[in-house]
Design a protein around this ligand. Sequence first.
Ligand SMILES: [Fe+2]
Ligand SMILES: [Fe+2]
Length: 135
Amino acid sequence: MALLSLNHAGTVGVRAMDDQHGILMDTMNELRLAVVRGECREQISEVLDRLIEFTRMHFSSEEQLLERYIFPGLARHRTEHQRILAQILQSSHRVQHGEQMRMRPLLCMLRESYTEHIEGMDQEYGPWLNGRGVD
Ligand SMILES: [Fe+2]
Ligand SMILES: [Fe+2]
């Protein structure tokens, strides 16, 4: 599994959000390393918890920004955040309750959700915010 990084296509052009996306990617890489190294379930859970906590913080901070600048796609964007959060919460619940769970498919699923979102929907608000002096 390759390391995740934000290339040019992955930046949204709003520094605070790009910084938070960078932290999300770092945490995801940390999770991947914990799995590859065969760390115990407690350790993997700890990183997953951190990823969840930071994801909540980021989603709420992004939504506040979009609300403040009356971004037209906010409702759709918020629904997608809720979907991603529910997905990661469900995975984490399964890992923490010891269900037999293959970690690699879980990682692939999380990676896909996050990168698709950042490279897709998050790109839509960049120009809107830039046009209102937020960069
Ligand atoms: Fe978003
Ligand atoms: Fe985002």
